[in-house]
Ligand binder design. Structure first.
Ligand SMILES: *Cc1c(COP(=O)(O)O)cnc(C)c1O
Length: 438
């Protein structure tokens, strides 16, 4: 019996498209790392869609490039007025399926628009991009390369750049690189300057630098990075303190005889608010998708995702009639309600029950009752002319006979006690993404 049949079937049943193969060097079964499949436009039967506006994505990249003084292509950079230093590179952060927008299409658009590189959290996210023929530098930030060697093998074969922060990472890379006669392998070292999550601590830094030095030239330190905890906060004091510590980290790195050419720290909030955080490279995520990381920061950004569906059922209710799970909504008057095929399994938070709204005919209609797994009901009593098949927008703008309005991720986040990042990444993979081309 084929020893790989069991796990392969289990993997498929998990909804993961894993192909089990054998390692070329020793024939042992190895899992090829894959990303879960999402619904495709061709799978769409119900009218619920996430519409992704790729020209807006390009616009947001230009907003970021302009705010850091970089031109749209990596070949032409404007010199800074304060010296001969180059403007920072822009590397887009496409973790979590490009914040729910679909990483391959987002990556293709950004690469064509002249982005310098991409960052992801997971190895499997990076592999998905390589499988989609994305050839630019990709930084794998999460630090998980698997317990066995096959993750590292994939990393090296696919020319991905790992983030390292402990001696174990460096040993593993060195072992695989020397066994496979590969190298040099570029890495970025992450240092914890105050987030307290990932990264070498200041105490462990000398040891990590020593390991990197010993691993050269097979392992080459190309980048030095940290992550800022409070760049979107009310004050930038904590951020300034992190940057000061990062300066000390750089000093020790140079002293150890290592010369990383890409120093980076800034997420969207930092790169837009704090020029001193930009160094050689910036890592925008949320700004590329058109959302301000903080009110008033990045006012020219345009939201890229719109979530829409259509009315599939309409009914008249007499005053006093109750509807939905738990009967939490009671018609306050003779009412008309519309049912739409979108629910919490699509990423519409259940916290919007009796609270949120959607746009129909260009006007807001409140959610009536509880959001259920697949369906939501709207009170359309005040929407003149509402009918079957009308478009319903839960995220984004709509124009119709009754006006024009917009529901932003920030508004939904405020209603549901979260942040725009989570609103976007919650849009689940059963909602097909439809792209409008640049
Ligand atoms: C997610 C992430 C970013 C991007 O953050 P935004 O606030 O979305 O711009 C940058 N760096 C790291 C390490 C991240 O994890």
């Amino acid at each position: 019996m084929d020893a790989s049949a069991g796990p392969a079937r289990a993997a498929q049943e998990d909804g993961w498209e894993n192909g089990w193969t054998r390692q070329p060097d020793n024939g042992a079964p190895a899992m090829r790392v894959r990303y879960p499949r999402r619904a495709l436009p061709s799978d769409a039967v119900r009218p619920t869609q996430a519409q992704i506006d790729l020209p807006r994505l390009q616009h947001n990249l230009r907003v970021v490039q302009q705010s850091v003084g970089a031109l749209p292509t990596r070949f032409e950079r404007i010199e800074r007025t304060d010296g001969s230093e180059k403007a920072p590179q822009v590397w887009g952060v496409l973790k979590a399926d490009a914040y729910g927008h679909g990483a391959p299409a987002v990556a293709r658009t950004l690469v064509r628009a002249g982005i310098d590189g991409l960052c992801v959290a997971l190895l499997e996210e990076a592999i998905e991009l390589r499988e989609a023929d994305i050839a630019c530098p990709i930084l794998v930030m999460g630090g998980c390369y698997g317990l066995r060697h096959d993750g590292i093998v994939e990393l090296i074969e696919r020319k991905l750049t790992p983030v390292v922060f402990e001696a174990g990472h460096i040993e593993l890379l060195l072992a695989v690189a020397s066994r496979q006669n590969k190298g040099p392998i570029g890495v970025h070292l992450k240092v914890d300057t105050g987030m307290g999550r990932l990264g070498a601590s200041i105490e462990d830094l000398p040891e990590t630098l020593r390991a990197l030095k010993e691993a050269s030239p097979l392992i080459r330190l190309e980048g030095l990075m940290t992550h800022l905890a409070c760049a979107d906060g009310d004050t930038l004091d904590a951020t300034e303190a992190q940057l000061a510590l990062f300066g000390e980290v750089e000093r020790q790195t140079l002293e150890a005889g290592l010369r990383p050419t890409l120093r980076h720290a800034a997420n969207s909030a930092a790169l837009l608010r704090l020029p001193s955080s930009r160094f050689d490279m910036v890592r925008p995520g949320i700004a590329l998708f058109g959302h301000e990381p903080r009110a008033g920061v990045g006012p020219h950004l345009l939201p890229v995702m719109r979530v829409r569906t259509e009315v599939v059922s309409l009914r008249k209710l007499p005053r006093g009639q109750r509807i939905g799970y738990g009967h939490t909504w009671e018609a306050p008057r003779d009412s008309v309600v519309a049912t739409v095929p979108i629910g919490y399994a699509d990423g519409l938070s259940r916290a919007l029950s009796n609270r949120g709204a959607a746009l129909i005919r260009g006007k807001r209609a409140p959610v009536a009752g509880t959001v259920s797994m697949d369906l939501t009901v709207l009170d359309v009593t005040d929407i003149a002319g509402a009918e079957m098949g009308d478009e319903v927008v839960f995220l984004g703008a709509q124009e119709g006979p009754l006006g024009r309005d917009e529901i932003t991720a920030t508004e939904i986040a405020e209603q549901t006690g979260t942040i725009p990042w989570e609103v976007l990444t919650n849009i689940s993979r059963r909602v097909p993404r439809f792209y409008s081309q640049a």
